[in-house]
Design a protein around this ligand. Structure first.
Ligand code: AVJ
Length: 318
């Protein structure tokens, strides 16, 4: 477990830098996952419009035995563990082969991770569980060293890899590659390019849970920076950018307003219509994704799609 104070400090720095960015203010997507945000995301994964979670779950439930056989892993290292709900299919499949020894989960959401770790200890009494309150873009060094002859499966599920831009993805894959021995594997969930209206519906759900999830980032920022954003003064927006093959979420000021930034007492001015980008979530073509992996010394070993072809799990080896 890393020092939560240090993580908080870094999140605050990133939030401040993003709010001062020109021409478009931007908050890093990981800020969406404070305790309330993590819970709202869990609700999103149950929405009928939000196909990524449903599809990934279907693939995992169907393919977990094959993935377990192919990787022969005795350890899972999960980046962005969240509730680890979908990961359980893998854990059961590995436990069924009597190979499972250790689970290492990383997440920035301390409360969610703590709860997840406790739940896993209860569900898998023989499993050693490590919970690292950590940012996978900075804290991979905190992962405990591997055990000899205990193959590791790194998992990065949910399509969260899409929150990183190309250069950041290459950096992360490179760092993971450096941690991997020949026996280790990486399992990544990627959301696939498809009809934009399907994607836009998934991020503009009818009941407004995603809007609430998006606005909640401002409450998190208020605590991190001691400022006074009124979430109700912002509209949720999510739209697909075909040039960049990503969907982005923004918050748009409903009226002219000012926000006082805590320590600096600095005034941040918004005119009606001004926006803050809060997330970009890239959609992939499998071939291009395989090329990205290849550029970092990883090779695509296998991939599985759901029956509608909306989402894919990719298994990569060093
Ligand atoms: C958890 C990053 C995969 O990008 O689809 C859900 C987060 N944002 N609805 C995504 C999210 C809006 C999600 N990831």
């Amino acid at each position: 477990r890393l020092d939560p104070g240090a993580l908080r400090e870094r999140l605050a720095e990133e939030a401040l830098a993003g709010l001062l960015r020109e021409p478009l203010r931007e908050l890093p997507a990981k800020l969406l996952y404070d305790e309330r945000g993590a819970r709202l995301y869990e609700r999103i994964t149950t929405l009928p419009e939000y196909y990524p979670a449903r599809c990934e779950r279907a693939i995992l439930n169907r393919r977990a035995p094959a993935i377990a056989a192919q990787t022969d892993a005795s350890e899972i290292v999960e980046l962005g563990a969240g509730s680890a709900e979908k990961t359980r299919a893998l854990l059961y499949a590995l436990a069924g082969r009597s190979r499972l020894r250790r689970y290492v989960g990383l997440d920035v959401s301390a409360e969610m991770l703590e709860q997840t770790a406790r739940a896993l200890v209860t569900a898998f009494p023989d499993l050693r569980v490590h919970a690292l309150i950590a940012d996978y873009e900075r804290d991979l060094a905190a992962i405990p060293p591997p055990e000899p002859s205990a193959p590791r499966l790194f998992t990065f599920l949910g399509g969260t890899i899409g929150n990183l831009e190309l250069a950041a993805r290459a950096r992360l894959f490179g760092e993971l590659r450096a941690l991997m021995r020949p026996c280790d594997r990486l399992l990544v969930g990627i959301d696939l390019v498809k009809d934009p209206s399907v994607i836009e519906r998934a991020y503009n759900d009818a009941t407004g849970v995603t809007a609430e999830f998006n606005r909640n980032v401002l409450l998190h920022v208020n605590r991190l920076l001691g400022c006074n954003f009124d979430p109700q003064a912002f509209d949720h927006r999510a739209f697909y950018d075909p040039q960049r093959s990503w969907i982005e979420m923004r918050l748009r000021a409903r009226r002219d307003l000012q926000v006082t930034l805590g320590r600096e007492r600095r005034q941040l001015k918004f005119a009606a219509g001004d926006e803050i980008r809060t997330e970009t979530s890239a959609k992939f073509r499998l071939e291009a994704f395989a090329d990205e992996l290849g550029g970092t010394g990883l090779a695509l070993e296998a991939s599985w799609r759901d029956q509608q072809g909306l989402f894919a799990l990719v298994l990569a080896r060093p």
